[in-house]
Design a binder for this molecule. Structure first.
Ligand SMILES: Cc1ncc(COP(=O)(O)O)c(C=O)c1O
Length: 400
């Protein structure tokens, strides 16, 4: 099928929840993707921070093929070797002592919300189940996670929402302190707000949040669905700080494109998730676990995360140079590792569209922020190409 035929078929049969660009991608390799008409694109979005090893990484594809012909799925009623091995890697590289597997970021956050409520009720006192989250946060689209999300746009039309959430501004410790009540059991926060516009907190924000949670004996839950798996230059973003959470959620890049989510926790907390308290048919099945294991082994063995800071700095320097050339079009440039945002003075949608016409894929976030989340394996020449295209796009935007 050519692109036009795919657009027509998709418009006929797919639910209209996405405002799609006129692009149908059919193949990918590393940082490049191709559309149905054979046009090549440079991918600086990576499926929104998913394909951290690039598209179709040979080690991940081989692991999937091998596992697909051995055993794709068995129930979590039985022990699953690839799942156990994956959990071991996650625990070895983080604070965690146990992992619960699921299929997406929203599901990982659902698990975290459920676990926090059980912990609150059992340890802190009956009914102590309120969870504090941040304004402009994003935690998913299920009923619990859209309620947890600090953005009105994902909630519209879905009332009644779930009970039990309080919202405070991001990066404001005093607001958290003031809002903790004798019903609070946990604080849920993204180490860097992704969908909210790539918003970085103060460097000591997590340390101070941890201290506050400890003082009140409540849980610190980190949503690392977007920031995890090397994206910010550490395996998990909390590792930039001096502290660790009680619960952490992961998904997106965990399977490099194969759907899988995970909730990581300490033994002290996970003990409140006993037999029958939570479950998922597909969560951590052999195929998903094999994909994720190959992803993590590749990232770690090939020391890919160690290169993230340098590549991120190169992009940020290039974007700041563009800002000096186009000061009336570009606002703040910021990022951590390869999670980068650039505020614009012109509509971000138009810039993303113009980049697409130049065969460059980029994203948007927040109210008007250009978002760059390239594969971590991005090369210097590809960064230069991206900057050249952006420069052309801004030059065109400047023309009367
Ligand atoms: C921080 C964060 N949490 C949760 C989610 C939801 O993940 P999923 O779309 O896999 O349900 C996202 C997705 O963008 C996210 O960025």
């Amino acid at each position: 099928m050519d692109s036009t035929e795919i657009f027509a078929l998709s418009d006929s049969y797919i639910a209209p929840t996405y405002n799609r660009f006129p692009l149908a991608l059919v193949r990918g390799e590393g940082v490049k993707v191709w559309d149905a008409d054979g046009n090549q694109y440079l991918d600086f979005l990576a499926g929104i921070a998913v394909c951290n090893l690039g598209h179709c990484h040979p080690r991940v594809s081989a692991a999937i093929s091998e596992q697909a012909s051995r055993l794709m799925h068995v129930s979590n009623l039985y022990h699953i070797e690839p799942q156990a091995k994956l959990a071991e890697i996650l625990c070895y590289n983080s604070f965690a002592e146990k992992v619960f597997f699921c299929n997406s970021g929203a599901e990982a956050n659902e698990a975290a919300i459920k676990l926090a409520r059980r912990y609150g009720d059992a340890v802190l006192g009956e009914g102590r189940t309120r969870i504090m989250t941040m304004r402009d946060s994003f935690h998913g689209r299920t009923m619990a996670t859209l309620t947890a999300t600090g953005q009105q746009k994902v909630k519209t039309g879905y009332q009644p929402l779930l009970e039990g959430f309080d919202y405070v501004p991001f990066n404001d410790i005093d607001a958290v302190r003031d809002a903790i009540s004798d019903e609070t059991c946990a604080v849920l926060v993204e180490p860097v707000q992704g969908e909210g516009g790539v918003i970085l907190p103060a460097p000591d924000y997590l340390d101070r949040l941890r201290k506050l949670c400890d003082e009140h004996k409540i849980l610190l839950i980190l949503d690392e669905v977007q920031t995890g798996i090397g994206r910010t230059g550490k395996f998990f973003a909390y590792q930039h700080s001096n502290v660790a959470p009680d619960i952490l959620t992961s998904a997106k890049a965990l399977g490099n494109g194969f759907p899988i989510g995970a909730m990581l926790a300490s033994d002290r907390v996970i003990t409140h998730f006993g037999f029958g308290s939570h479950a998922s048919t597909f969560g951590g099945n052999p195929l998903a676990a094999a994909a994720a294991r190959a992803t993590l082994e590749t990232l770690l063995e090939e020391k890919i995360i160690e290169q993230v800071d340098e590549k991120g700095a190169l992009i940020i320097a290039g974007l700041n140079k563009l800002k000096t050339e186009f000061p009336e079009l570009i606002g703040t440039v910021r990022g951590l590792g390869l999670m980068i945002g650039m505020d614009l003075e012109i509509p971000v949608g138009e810039v993303v569209k113009a980049c697409l016409e130049h065969r460059l894929l980029l994203g948007s976030a927040g109210s008007n922020t250009l978002r760059l989340t390239p594969p971590l394996v991005i090369e210097k020449t590809e960064i230069e190409t991206m900057l050249k295209i952006l420069s052309e796009v801004f030059s065109d935007a400047r023309k009367p």
